[in-house]
Design a protein around this ligand. Structure first.
Ligand code: NAD
Length: 506
């Protein structure tokens, strides 16, 4: 695994690069492989190739594309162990977590390919009384070439949330993965190219931030960005220059609300999974927990018991791996220190838990609302557990965040939980589980505020990568002919009468 290899993505013809960069195993620091830093010229050439492939791909139609996407799906699923090994080596996460991630990604690919036709095919829509002489239809067309820029924390699940839906909608893709996980992207593209070698419908360009910048500037028709808010702002600024549409999937500070009537054991189990799983490096992971006063103490006790049993390490049987992005340790350390300095209680672990490369679980209690552990994305195995009076109070507290990605609610009262879900300022809510929405392909995924905008997954995700096109066909001449320069006074009188009668009353 630590053997050094040079790897040029198979789509590259004569790569123009400005040097190479190494992907590392964060568990050991060992170099896994070298990748080219693709420059603007190379990226522009990839986009030009994609433009031709996009025509072939769009012309296949929904059924033709479904066949290829299903083949790709089978090829990924049947070789999942080899992909999991790459994910595990580049992120440091245990192999089981990598397999789970692949499983979810494949579920989405399957759903997108099977449902694109149903969601996007041209269909009749009502024309309304005034335009009753028109036959109205609505169809969705692909953009052409979509530039996908991905993060490292879920290097297949996250970008595939854009790639699968954009491909199913008929677009070609140029994918710039995170510089931490280029091997996963190259594996995916190689698998695609082994099936469809002559049509570069999915290409990978590798490099650092500048390569992502070059992709945004290369004339793509849409950008699907997943990453941090600060980078999203730069990407948006670049998109603004060419009015290129953007979907931005950014960070989160998800809250879990635990009502007094909740199944505490289940809530604790999910809190540990949602807060500490993947070493807390989950955009929609649990970072803030608000627990009803009556059950706060038993919840914290059970949470501490379960979290103490976690074992860090990147091997089989370990609970979670290292910080994939080395410098994130400093962010996590800063937040733990800030919280403790402002009076939070270290219920489990503390400053000393933040070690390199593994951070031990930290549970902070009664954390001041203005500390960075409550206001900023942590992206580490740290949870802050505060008190709430009831679900209403919890919703108010949860909503005091600039982020709004997901949230979870634990309560046996279905109606109250649903009402609280409606009031949460987030894109997604799970009741009596965490991240439940992430594995439901028919549900859209995305956030509000600092968590970004636009949606991947589900019918909305398919539409995100399509342009709606409205078409009317006049079936017969309108009895009330208003769209003429030779309008009759009588027709205008009837029009005014209709306006008053149809819309002028309460
Ligand atoms: P990042 O913002 O540092 O980088 C994301 C990607 O943008 C990388 O591929 C990077 O090379 C590229 N990039 C950097 N500068 C660029 C520029 N100027 N122009 C174009 N591209 C540029 O984020 P990261 O550290 O890779 O990922 C972690 C973040 O992603 C966290 O905030 C996490 O919450 C978020 N995330 C969100 C979701 C979601 O679906 N909402 C999913 C996973 C991760």
């Amino acid at each position: 695994m630590s053997q050094r290899t040079d790897h040029t993505p198979s789509d590259a013809q004569a790569p123009t690069t400005s040097g190479t960069f190494a992907s590392l195993d964060p568990r050991t620091g060992a170099v896994l492989a070298e990748y080219p830093v693709h420059d603007a010229e190379h990226v522009a050439a990839a986009v030009a190739r994609a433009r031709d492939a996009a025509i072939w791909w769009a012309d296949l139609g929904f059924d033709g594309r479904k066949k290829w996407l299903q083949k790709w799906k089978s090829a990924i699923a049947s070789d999942a162990r080899s992909l999991a090994a790459v994910i595990s080596a580049e992120t440091g996460k245990p192999i089981d977590d990598a397999i789970l991630e692949i499983m979810l990604a494949v579920e989405h690919l399957d759903w997108a390919s099977k449902n694109a036709g149903k969601v996007l095919k041209r269909r009749k829509v009502p024309s309304g009384m005034v335009s009753a002489n028109q036959e109205s239809t609505l169809g969705y067309e692909p953009y052409g070439v979509v530039g996908v820029i991905g993060p490292w924390n879920y290097p297949i699940y996250t970008p595939m949330g854009s790639i699968s839906y954009a491909l199913a909608a008929g677009n070609a893709i140029v994918f710039k993965p995170s510089e931490l996980t280029p091997g996963v992207a190259v594996w995916l593209a190689d698998k695609w190219n082994s099936l469809v070698p002559n049509q570069p419908v999915l290409q990978v360009v590798t490099g650092l931030g500048a390569t992502g910048g070059a992709l945004v500037a290369a004339g793509v028709d849409k950008v699907a960005f997943t990453g941090s808010g600060p980078t999203a702002r730069k990407v948006m600024e670049a998109c603004a220059k060419t009015l290129t549409p953007l979907v931005a999937e950014c960070g989160g500070k998800d809250a879990m609300l635990v009502a007094a009537d909740a199944d505490l054991d289940a809530a604790v189990d999910f809190a540990v999974f949602g807060g500490m799983g993947n070493a807390g490096q989950t955009c929609a992971g649990v970072e803030r927990i608000f627990v009803a006063d009556e059950v706060y103490d038993p919840f914290v006790r059970k949470l501490t018991e379960q979290a103490s049993r976690l074992r860090t390490g990147g091997g089989t049987g370990d609970s979670y791996g290292p910080m994939t992005l080395d410098r994130q340790n400093e962010v996590v350390r800063g937040q733990v220190e800030d919280a403790l300095d402002r009076g939070a209680r270290a219920v489990l672990g503390g400053r000393e838990s933040v070690r390199h490369p593994y951070i031990e679980p930290v549970i902070l209690g009664d954390v001041p609302e203005d500390s960075t552990a409550m206001t900023e994305e942590t992206f580490g195995p740290i949870v802050a557990v505060n008190r709430m009076r009831d679900l209403d109070d919890g919703v108010d507290k949860a909503n005091r965040s600039s982020y709004g990605l997901g949230a979870s609610i634990f309560s046996k009262d279905r109606a109250r939980a649903l009402a609280a879900a409606e009031r949460l300022r987030t894109g997604m809510v799970s009741i009596n589980s965490v991240l439940g929405f992430a594995g439901v392909p028919s549900l859209p995924f995305g956030g509000v505020g600092e968590s970004g905008f636009g949606r991947i997954h589900g019918a909305d995700g398919l539409r995100e990568f399509s342009r709606p096109k409205a078409v009317t066909r006049q079936k017969f001449r309108a009895p009330l002919n208003l769209l003429t320069m030779e309008r009759k006074g009588r027709d205008m009188k009837i029009a005014e009468w209709l306006l008053r009668t149809m819309h002028g009353r309460d």
